[in-house]
Design a protein around this ligand. Structure first.
Ligand SMILES: C[S@@+](CC[C@H](N)C(=O)[O-])C[C@H]1O[C@@H](n2cnc3c(N)ncnc32)[C@H](O)[C@@H]1O
Length: 477
């Protein structure tokens, strides 16, 4: 992808998809007097809207002059009088324009799918300014966030601009963007009604491997924040409803209601696994009789510092997964002085010193001013012989039973995983059965947003009250 293409989040919508969307909106009863495409590109949506809503006045804005010309040409050839201007959607005086447009207004399109972080990496300034004509509050804080989606800003803006007006939004966005807009409406108590999200196959239409959909809502009147989720544009029946429960947005409101019996506080809490950040040195594999590191070097260190290690890819719900990696653990307690290893396990110490350059270069700030070669996410719970574990990254969360190895060494987990610990297998299995029960499955369906980078979080897991299932809690906190 070219730099300019990346900066402008340039995935032009195929005309066929824009047509399907506009025809569908017309079938749903939309009859706008004005259609706005705030980042209109080559004009697919304006063209499709001219066909579906022939009486509406069209207005498009596009930052790239070449694309704006293409859009004008296409519209002219189709006999549409829609106006296309070259301009920046972030600084355009939308409030002023809106005041001059006849309602109802339909804001349509496909805003740039790009994050602030990506723009920073590219050294490009295509993002909302810190102040703008409407003095939108919280903008500075918002644009400072590295993972902030440019389209989230655009949709929030239209949500705010539309308050109390006959305005509807229908935009193709990543599903995570839709969720953030709903959250924003909830937190700010903004009027948002008749919201729905219709999944689209972003790979087929844009060649982008993301969860995306058409997100629609109105801004005229206040209503309880709720958004029906549909498998595709034409799926009448919703597969679920995103709504507010217990003060926060949940992915599936009906599942949340079914999960009530197990909603509570986990005691002891779930723990995340070990963070070490230098897998090629710290993680070892067995090769014949010996251990080999990620650099292909044979590693001969004391047995006492080697522990079996499981990662996300090992936790698929198949109990007692086969161990394929071992971790060199330089300490037994958080904050312990790792230089004691020089006496306790001199070969391991020599090995670590031999790779000091790579270990000292670990980027995370948590290693700064800490004992050399140290790891994080370590506690008594790490050494529980039995555990129930789950990956934080899994789209289909599955609890997995984890046990000690043949020598009785506890199996450790890396920091993409969470676990609770037990002193014996029987208790771990009882808890596992509880965690695999329908109310817990419903709780995960309710609270896990599968499109998130880390769908399963400690916050979600800590809401499972295993005691309420009569299964008892973990024995190692
Ligand atoms: C994902 S493409 C979609 C184009 C069009 N909406 C469509 O559906 O085909 C995003 C478009 O936004 C334009 N764009 C990016 N930043 C913009 C800005 N700040 N103001 C106006 N347009 C912008 C890009 O040039 C690109 O054409």
């Amino acid at each position: 992808m070219s730099t300019a293409k990346a900066a402008y989040g340039d995935f032009q919508t195929p005309l066929a998809l824009a047509r399907r969307v506009c025809a569908w909106l017309a079938r749903r009863g939309h009859a706008p007097a004005t259609v706005v495409e705030p980042t209109c590109g080559e004009g697919a949506f304006l063209l499709a809207a001219a066909e579906a809503f022939p009486r509406a006045r069209g207005f498009g804005l596009e930052i790239d002059a070449g694309r704006a010309t293409t859009a004008r040409e296409r519209l002219r050839r189709a006999g549409s009088a829609a106006e296309v201007r070259v301009g920046d959607a972030f600084t355009e005086p939308w409030a002023e324009r809106l005041a001059g447009w006849e309602p109802p207004v339909l804001v349509l399109g496909n805003p740039p799918w790009v994050t602030n972080a990506a723009l920073t990496v590219l050294g490009i300034d295509n993002r909302p300014a810190r102040t703008n004509d409407d003095g939108l509050p919280g903008l500075a804080a918002l644009t400072g966030k590295s993972n902030f989606d440019v389209s989230t800003w655009m949709l929030r803006r239209w949500l705010e601009l539309g308050q109390g007006r006959e305005l509807a939004v229908a935009m193709l966005v990543k599903t995570a963007v839709a969720r953030r807009v709903l959250e924003h409406a909830h937190r700010r108590e903004l009027a948002l009604h008749d919201a729905s999200l219709h999944r689209i196959d972003a790979r087929a239409s844009f060649g982008a491997a993301v969860d995306a959909g058409l997100f629609c809502f109105g801004t005229r009147r206040a209503a309880a924040i709720a958004c029906s989720v549909h498998a595709e544009l034409d799926a009448e029946r919703a597969e679920g409803e995103i709504a507010v429960r217990g003060g926060t947005l949940v992915a599936d409101a009906a599942a949340y209601d079914r999960a009530r019996p197990v909603l509570g506080v986990a005691d002891p809490p779930w723990r995340s696994g070990i963070k070490h950040d230098c897998a090629r040195v710290m993680e070892l594999r067995r090769d014949g009789e010996g251990l080999v590191n990620g650099l292909g070097e044979r590693v001969e260190v004391e047995d006492a510092v080697i522990f079996p290690l499981l990662k996300t890819s090992d936790l698929r719900g198949h109990d007692l997964p086969r161990v394929r990696r071992w971790l060199l653990l330089p300490q037994r307690r958080l904050g312990e002085d790792t230089s004691r290893l020089a006496e306790r396990a001199p070969r391991a110490w020599r090995y670590l010193c031999g790779h000091a350059e790579a270990l000292d270069a670990r980027r995370s700030t948590i290693y700064r001013d800490r004992p050399r070669f140290c790891v994080f996410g370590l506690g008594e719970y790490s050494f529980a012989p039995w555990k129930v574990a789950i990956s934080g990254l899994a789209k289909q969360p599955a609890f997995t039973l984890v046990g000690p190895d043949a020598q009785g060494r506890p199996t450790l987990l890396d920091d993409t995983c969470y676990s609770i610990g037990f002193d014996d297998e029987a208790r771990a299995r009882v808890a596992l059965a509880g965690l695999r029960s329908e109310p817990v499955r419903a709780l995960l369906r309710a609270l896990v947003f599968r499109d998130a980078k880390r769908p399963v979080t400690k916050e979600v897991l800590d809401r499972i009250d295993l005691g309420a299932l009569g299964r008892g809690g973990a024995t190692r906190g």
